[in-house]
Design a protein around this ligand. Structure first.
Ligand code: HEC
Length: 203
């Protein structure tokens, strides 16, 4: 049917059909924005739980922190740190925002800023353990709320050990003196070779 041959009635009919289509599409899109976020949030929460209970715990045995750090990439950690910058400042001398500045946190005490009001969980950790080491940072960044019950840090945590290692290797550079890295654990095969006193750590 050519447009030129349409009479006024046809044109009105098509116009009405187009208006109807637009309204239906609009409603569908509207419904989408109403329903999708809740579904996605539910899924995300679920997958985090599954990971924390299952995979995450098993993987921990596969690679020790020293090995993970020896394979880590601080540049990538710098990219990942953008997530932290939403809340934290990382550089020396920067003020706290709503969250504490975390320069110098590795090797420093839990709740290391005197001018920030920490959760009671963080204060309790300080009494129990003193200061942040690599193990603590790994555990905290995997799931803050599990390591510090009642923490004010509402960050879900990283699912992948590789992400944590990259993040921690970068965070390590935000310090006056670079804290020493933990030595990678020797693999079972390499342990035999070590029977000869080959360790030249320090005389
Ligand atoms: C939603 C905001 C938020 C995000 C995102 C966040 N943090 Fe935090 N972080 C906090 C708050 C709030 C505290 C204080 C926690 C408390 O008092 O329990 C904290 C505490 C910490 C501490 C302990 C500081 C101290 O003085 O002992 C470290 C370390 C830390 N965060 C690292 C990180 C890293 C690394 C990232 C990025 C992967 C990150 N945080 C992302 C809010 C955040």
């Amino acid at each position: 049917m050519k447009l030129g041959h349409m009479n006024l009635g046809d044109i009105k009919f098509f116009a009405a059909a187009i208006v109807l289509a637009v309204v239906v599409l609009g409603l569908a899109a509207g419904a989408g924005t109403v329903f999708y976020p809740t579904q996605e949030a539910a899924k995300r929460g679920f997958s985090v739980d599954v990971d924390a209970a299952g995979k995450g715990a098993k993987k921990e045995e596969e690679s020790d922190i020293g090995t993970l750090l020896s394979q880590a990439d601080a540049k990538r950690g710098q990219q990942l740190a953008k997530k932290c910058l939403a809340c934290h400042t990382l550089e020396k001398g920067e003020p706290n925002r709503n969250c504490p500045n975390i320069y110098g946190v590795l090797g420093g005490p839990f709740a290391h800023r005197a001018d920030f009001t920490y959760s009671s969980g963080m204060i309790a950790k300080r009494k129990e353990k003193g200061g942040w080491d690599y193990d603590d940072l790994f555990a905290f960044l995997a799931k803050p709320s599990a390591f510090i019950p009642g923490t004010k840090m509402t960050f879900a945590g990283f699912d992948k050990k590789k992400d944590i290692a990259d993040m921690v290797l970068y965070l390590r550079t935000k310090n006056d003196t670079l804290p020493a890295l933990p030595a990678p654990k020797p693999k079972a095969a390499e342990k035999k070779a070590e029977a000869v006193p080959a360790e030249n750590v320090k005389p």
